[in-house]
Design a protein around this ligand. Structure first.
Ligand code: IPE
Ligand code: IPE
Ligand code: MG
Length: 246
């Protein structure tokens, strides 16, 4: 394999975002444009996800979090919801060995409530178990995930732990989120030309760079990720201060 240092033009490999979040949007529109049922768009998104993972590995990104199903997506027609459940289950079953071979740790973020079919939960557990020792890239799949639900769950945990109100600070909340070991995302990409967050990682994205791309998710390829990273590298992150060099 070509060393990753030399293979990607115009990207500074010393300034790669550590954690990238991705709102994989536009599957339905992609299908509609082709006169296909919406579910075909979800199916076509699998290739895009694998290419995005590949691109993340090329760049040496350590954490990739992808939004696969939101707490609001249950509002969709039952056939589409059913398709998405089965699709995610099959994707895991078919791809876990490949991802495991590439050093990817797979894990899930979201609520495991009664609506998540047992067979899907089982597949989630076996993919998680199989890949748990991997550290090249952590691929977190946000599934039945909502940023507000995550904060609600964190507050519940804090209260259940008997934490006193006066001792609660930002660290207390950050530590009670689903994955306190993950750094906050440096970069969040949303595809399909929508300019919104739709309840993705609300707490964690306080200072993330947001990049919106027109590409519909099934057409997303690693080159779109590279383009987003190039734009990220042109940004000046200030965190409320004055920033480097200004
Ligand atoms: C994103 O594509 C996938 C999920 C939300 C599960 P959409 O299904 O939202 O596609 P559009 O936005 O309707 O085109
Ligand atoms: C966000 O996309 C959720 C996922 C990509 C899984 P949606 O398509 O559900 O978001 P809205 O409805 O356009 O805000
Ligand atoms: Mg959408």
């Amino acid at each position: 394999m070509v060393s990753r240092e030399s293979s990607i033009p115009d990207i500074d490999l010393k300034n790669i975002p550590v954690h990238v979040g991705c709102v994989m949007d536009g599957n339905g529109r992609w299908a509609k444009m082709r006169g296909l049922p919406r579910t075909e768009g979800h199916g076509a998104g699998e290739v895009a996800l694998l290419d995005a993972v590949d691109g993340a590995l090329d760049l040496g990104i350590k954490w990739l979090t992808v939004y696969a199903f939101s707490t609001e997506n249950w509002r969709r027609p039952p056939e589409e919801v059913r398709y998405l459940m089965g699709f995610n289950k099959n994707l895991l079953r078919n791809r876990r060995d490949y991802l495991n071979g590439r050093g990817v740790r797979i894990r899930f973020s979201g609520r495991r409530d009664w609506r998540v079919p047992r067979s899907v939960a089982k597949e989630i557990d076996s993919a998680t178990e199989l890949t748990r020792a991997n550290r090249t890239l952590t691929l977190t799949i946000a599934f039945n995930y909502g940023g507000r639900a995550e904060i609600v769950d964190a507050v519940k945990k804090i209260i259940q732990d008997g934490t006193s109100a006066r001792s609660v600070d930002e660290k207390t909340i950050a530590k009670a989120l689903y994955y306190p070991d993950a750094p906050d995302p440096d970069l969040v990409i949303r595809t399909s030309g929508e300019f919104r967050i739709s309840n993705f990682l609300l707490w964690e994205i306080a200072y993330s760079e947001l990049i919106f791309q027109d590409v519909l998710w099934p057409d997303f390829r690693k080159e779109h990720l590279f383009e987003a990273v190039r734009e990220y590298q042109r940004r000046n992150r200030r965190y409320g201060g004055l920033g480097g060099g200004s």
